[in-house]
Design a protein around this ligand. Sequence first.
Ligand SMILES: [Zn+2]
Length: 202
Amino acid sequence: MKYLFQFLLCTSIIHLNYAGSCDEFESVTRHQWKSKVFRPRAQMVLAAENVFIHHSKEKTCWNLEECSERARLLEYRHIKLYRFLDFGYNFMIGGDGRVYEGRGWKRFGAHTTGFNYDIGILFLGNFDDYRPPKRMIETAKSLLECGRERGVLQPGYSVYGHRDVGCTSCPGRYLYSEITRWRQYARAKYLAINCYAQYRIY
Ligand SMILES: [Zn+2]
C-alpha cells in the first residue's frame, strides 16, 4: 500500500509538471527585447479561427541580440513610419528558434488585410531565397499547439500563407511550400480572394 501511494504521488507530480507545448520553446517578451512602445489593443473574446504566416523578406537573425534588434527595427517601422497603433504581428520567430512576442495572443493585429482579427506570425528571414531552418518550423508548430491548448486558437484552427489571401509572395516560396504540408493548412476556404480578384477591384 505504501509503495502504491508513492507511485501515485510520483505520477501525479510528473503530470502536474508537464505543461505541454507551451514549454517546448523559449519566449522573449517585449520587455526582454526592449520594446520602446507597447500599446495593447482590444482583447479578442473568441478564440481565433485562423493563423497567417508571413516572412520579413530580410536577412534572418541567429541569436537573442540580433533578433531583438530586428524586432525593435520592425516596431519602429510599424509605429513611427506606418502609424500602426502597436506592433503589427502577434508573434515573430527568429532564426535562433525563439518566439519574440508582438501583440501576443487574443489581440487584434495589423498583419493581413481583411484578417486582422486572426493571428499573424512573422518568420524573420527571406524565404524566397532559402529554406527555413528546422528549429524555426518546430518552434512555430509548438507555438500553434500551445495556442490550441490554451484555448486561444480554436480546436480546428486553420493555417494559411499571407499569399493565400493577398497579392504578395509572402511568406516566400520555401516557407510557403513548408506550411502547405502542415495538417492545419487549408487554402481552399479562401480561394476566391486572390491576386487577380484584387487587381480587378483596384
Ligand atoms: Zn506577409
